[in-house]
Design a protein around this ligand. Sequence first.
Ligand code: SF4
Length: 265
Amino acid sequence: MTTDLPPPSHEPVLAESPAFPLRGRVTEIFSSLQGEGLYVGQRQIFVRLSGCPWRCRYCDTPGSLAHEGHPALTVDDVLQKIKDLQAVRSHSAVSVTGGEPLLQSDFLVDLLPAVQALGLRTYLETSATHPDRFRPLVPFCDVVAADIKLPSAIGRPLWAEHEEFLRLAGDKAFVKIVLTDQTTDDEFETAVHLLSRLTPPPPLVLQPVTPVADLESRLQEAGTVAAARIVPPAPARLVGFWEWARPRLPTVKLVSQMHPLWGLP
Ligand code: SF4
């Protein structure tokens, strides 16, 4: 497909600010069941913000990597949609996801406390980078679903950023690591050691990747690049990752991505 996205890069490409300071670029707002992590199966309202500096090979939201084509909404616009969805059925939290929502941290400083004022919990889904953007948001996040991005998935190590971020998140965070057949022992063990140094060590969810074409292939003109397939580790290796982490951390779970199986967004 054609795309106006910047090329895949191993360097962070911070998104341009939205057109107006008090507006956020929002890809979609919808009600669904949380399909990943510790809170799988909970009904949540999802607010998906556009923009992401990363290019994970397994990215399942390539349509939200850039701001272009997504409306600029005010906090009141978003709150009204949340109220409309909440009037239809009850939700346990509002998940702010992306893209990488922290690229629009100025918008979230206003949005997150306003969501809490509605009596809803806030759930931030993030790549656990940009700790400076995260710092002012910590009081307004009830749950932080923090991905650790392994070098095999993203092309460079992010250990220092991840560690600083997770120290800020404290006991609000659980960590997710997506495992592929290219995950190495070395990077996995580095990630587990990082988590074991934290106080308290956060719960860890290991998520075998849902098979998908490599992101770079998907961002190219159709047919110009042979799509490499991103697949999960073999079953024995998957269990081996769990067995290696289990004695080193208080909580380690193996949880697949469920919403594709349920046929939900
Ligand atoms: S951080 Fe998320 S949105 Fe960004 S490239 Fe990775 S999977 Fe996609």
